[in-house]
Design a protein around this ligand. Structure first.
Ligand code: NAP
Length: 318
């Protein structure tokens, strides 16, 4: 009784939350964070071992297709919110291949639309949709908030379609919230572990001009942010850390965390030669989290990638 009263005071009302993508890198932080906040969590699991992990976290796994509206609506029934974190982002090695984005495009277009239709069918009141802050235009050193319109490029199509689905949920009377996350990093993110391993071999990573900004978010902070996002009004919020670093400072932070100095930093300005295929990483995006912080009281544990990379390296050494 006292525990549930504490949870109510600390986090607000108890909610029944359905999570897709709960077995992924961000989901594996979001699901435990939701449970710690006192919510009941049901999560989509495609494989038995992932279902076992979810059960171990205190969630209820269900096997259902992301593309089956009727089956999803049956599973969503009785939930207060749906959190759609399902993605299929290509690995770093595949990032430049247009074909490697197809699965992700399907999840973000067809999948997100189906999730929204099913949530409406099931009478769910709130829907959170994962997106990325790389959809903003390059603004140099200027801060970017949610009033800046997106500047589409080919691999952002899926994200913008997912955002449109969340907005359609709002137009139909629900609370649809788009979560524009920064560039994820942290233990459990494959590309983070690869970048640290490269840094230990004195190969630094600096994508694009040294003075362009990268919006980042440690995955533990992203997971906590999902809990707080259940309380915001319909619309779009940026979920990034407080202090986006320039490409140069980001590379310094990564190397400091790895305990090395790079002999070379790649690909540098050469990344610009890949044009739209690397736009998401070469644009200068000094993205602000002010709207989300003001609306929720959420604050990142890692204010910038300096603290976040140091903690990631320590966690991985353990
Ligand atoms: N935005 C960035 O910052 C960026 C850039 C490059 C790479 N990355 C990488 O992307 C990852 C980001 O974390 P994330 O949590 O967004 O992605 P993730 O770890 O790949 O997780 C994706 C989630 O979506 C689920 N999923 C995939 N296909 C599905 C389908 N057809 N139906 C239902 N569910 C499906 C996965 O389920 P299963 O567990 O069953 O597979 C998983 O739960 C990190 O590992 C990072 O290294 C991120």
């Amino acid at each position: 009784m006292r525990i549930s009263f504490y949870l109510y005071v600390r986090y607000g009302r108890h909610m029944r939350v359905f999570v897709t993508g709960g077995t992924g890198a961000v989901g594996s932080h979001a699901v435990p964070a939701l449970i710690r906040a006192g919510h009941s969590v049901t999560a989509l699991a495609r494989y038995p071992e992932k279902a076992a992990t979810l059960r171990g976290q205190g969630a209820t796994p269900v096997r259902v297709s992301l593309f089956d509206r009727a089956a999803l609506a049956r599973e969503f029934a009785g939930h207060d919110a749906v959190v759609n974190l399902a993605t299929a982002l290509p690995s770093m090695a595949q990032f430049l291949r247009a074909k490697a984005w197809r699965a992700n495009d399907r999840i973000r277009t067809e999948g997100s639309a189906t999730v929204v239709d099913a949530a409406l069918d099931a009478g769910v009141g709130c829907m959170l949709q994962e997106s990325v802050s790389m959809v903003y235009p390059d603004r140099g050193a200027e801060w970017i908030d949610e009033t800046v319109p997106p500047d589409p490029f080919p691999i952002a199509r899926g994200n913008l379609a997912a955002e449109a689905s969340a907005n359609r949920f709002t137009e139909a009377g629900g609370v649809g919230v788009v979560l524009r996350f920064g560039w994820f990093y942290g233990p459990g993110a494959t590309h983070s572990e690869q970048l640290l391993a490269l840094a230990r071999r004195h190969i630094g990573t600096a994508i694009g001009p040294p003075d362009s900004y990268t919006p980042t978010i440690h995955m533990a902070d992203a997971g906590e942010a999902v809990v707080h996002a259940l309380d915001v009004n319909a619309g779009t919020v940026n979920i990034v850390d407080d202090d986006p670093l320039t490409t140069r400072d980001f590379a310094d932070a990564l190397e400091a965390a790895a305990g090395t100095r790079a002999w070379l930093r790649v690909p540098g300005r050469a990344a610009l030669l890949f044009g739209d295929r690397l736009t998401s990483l070469t644009r200068s995006l000094r993205v602000s989290n002010a709207r989300f912080r003001d609306a929720t009281g959420w604050a990142p544990r890692y204010p910038s990638a300096r603290e976040g990379w140091a903690a990631t390296a320590t966690a991985l050494r353990r």
